[in-house]
Design a protein around this ligand. Structure first.
Ligand SMILES: C[S@@+](CC[C@H](N)C(=O)[O-])C[C@H]1O[C@@H](n2cnc3c(N)ncnc32)[C@H](O)[C@@H]1O
Length: 196
């Protein structure tokens, strides 16, 4: 998966990575920033998606599609479809540009609007990457876990750098008999839950 990433994907990853890096330095307002995962987290979630059972993959929080490209690479590898949810118009435009330039439109479907409403239409989820506003993680967790197939995986970003904000969801996951969970110190900290 990682040794022959198409040139157009590498170029777009580099382009978005530079924008995000600059925006973090120059005081661009938080909601406008792309707030992307680092490359190691991208590889990690791609490996988890590629190892997940049969079913669809979803991502909550597309931004400009940086993490989606990592997941798209994994979808190509294992012939899965990824539904990725984004709310903000500016981010939707950038994400559409990303998926068109990188020719990922055959495996990635962008779902526009509020993920908390749109997710209700989806079932048979084998992999979910959750990377949106911290205030919605708990509600997303409650919606996603019942929809996961046996062996399905939920990954939630920011489990270490935003531990306090995500504590209710993390504690819920650790006590939840439906899943086995662990927090992995990669990137900003990833909560991994596997449905039993
Ligand atoms: C941290 S960024 C995602 C970064 C992206 N996963 C990456 O690594 O490239 C969070 C994104 O979630 C989006 N978002 C926030 N609330 C949402 C909602 N209710 N439904 C869909 N997307 C939402 C934001 O607009 C923002 O683009």
């Amino acid at each position: 998966m990682f040794n022959n990433i198409p040139e157009e994907i590498l170029n777009r990853m580099e382009y978005l990575f530079k924008i995000d890096e600059e925006d973090r330095k120059d005081g661009t307002p938080r909601l406008q920033r792309l707030r992307q995962i680092p490359p190691d987290t991208g590889k990690f979630i791609a490996l988890l998606l590629a190892s997940s059972p049969e079913g669809i993959a979803v991502e909550i929080g597309t931004s400009a599609g940086y993490s989606t490209m990592w997941l798209g690479i994994a979808c190509r590898e294992v012939e899965k479809k990824l539904y990725t949810f984004e709310l903000l118009e500016e981010k939707i435009k950038l994400a559409e540009e990303t998926f068109s330039l990188t020719k990922l439109n055959d495996v990635v479907i962008l779902v526009k609007g509020d993920a908390l409403e749109n997710i209700d239409e989806f079932e048979n989820i084998s992999f979910c990457f959750l990377d949106a506003e911290k205030s919605m993680y708990y509600r997303c967790y409650e919606k996603i876990i019942p929809k996961l197939v046996k062996g399905g995986i939920l990954v939630a970003d920011n489990a270490i750098n935003h531990y306090e904000a995500l504590k209710p969801m993390i504690e819920m996951a650790m006590d939840d008999d439906r899943v086995d969970s662990v927090v992995v110190p990669i990137g900003k900290g990833e909560l991994i839950c596997r449905k039993r």
